[in-house]
Ligand binder design. Sequence first.
Ligand SMILES: [Zn+2]
Length: 382
Amino acid sequence: MIPRDKGLFVTDSYKPGVTLYSESLQTKPNTVKLIITTIFVLTSLVSFGQSPVLDDLWKLYGSRDYDKVIEKAKPHLDNDSIKVDLNLLLGRTYADKADFKTAIPFLEYTVNNTPDNSWRKAWALGYLGACQFMLQNYNDSRKVIKECFDLNTTKNVSRYAYSKILLFGFDDFYKDWKIVESEHFRFHFQHMDDSDIESYIASREAAFQNINIFFDSELPKKIDFFVWNSKEDAKELLRTNLGFADPHFCIVHSHYQQTIGHEMTHVISNYSTNMIQKTGLINEGTSVCFDQTNQDKEQIVKDWLKNNDKKLTISDIWTNWKNYPDELTYPLAGLFVKELIDNFGKEQFIEFFSNQTYDNAKSVFGDKLDKLINDFENEINI
Ligand SMILES: [Zn+2]
């Protein structure tokens, strides 16, 4: 079976920056909300302490240009009227760029200097919980994320907290799961016999080392690897199909029968470089390529094309990934990525991997890329 990654928890589908920016306008008192004119919104920004500086910085944060946010925010840190907001902004920025230790004092400042009913406090707690999780302080993480959820300030932040409670394994549903740590993983087993656990862990550890020979990644923490016994339970609790990874948080949720390498490759590859833009073709193709199975992907693709009487072009799949069925795209992408790696080598591939668009491929691989694509299409479209 081809693994699928769909639903709520797929990485990069959630853009907290954009959410918070609009939320800061939404959390005015009801009287303000009723009068929807630009002028009034502008007035409310002033009267509720929002400043143009802050406005611009949140916009910049929304565009994920984190280094620039830090550079532009720091000179304003002594400005008392926006200090709480700036600390929240900087805390979130450092957390999103995976500098979790640096993020914590900024977030703590906001937590300690805002009232309980403030969305600022709730977001700071939520992010603090995420940072503690990444530093493997699991009890602290659980405590502050639950505190964030219990504050119940706004829908967005409560949803953020609840998604982390589910994703991080803090929901009561997980309370009987068995946690076992190994060198690179912290496994959570829904139900598995001890002897099976031992061989399960051994095979995942071997796969990790094997895959990381290529990527040479340094992960910020062990991979929290949730091994579900029941796909139905996962669907009911998480509202999504297994398996999936959240690479930023080094998390995998997988059914015990799924491929050994696919989801962990999402996590490992994510930390091989500074990720700028992912595409389905390259990101999924990479995980299929390293899934540690011996599937004859070429045959699967050729059979599909024959049975459906179709020919394909890589450029269209690259830009319109979601228009094609997974049973074609996953093996096809795996084959294509293997072709890139075989032709251009590890170093160039990882250089390209951070920005997985065709344009960047062209600039890293040069003119040879189009010839490779052409040959690949001729080979597949017979
Ligand atoms: Zn995947």
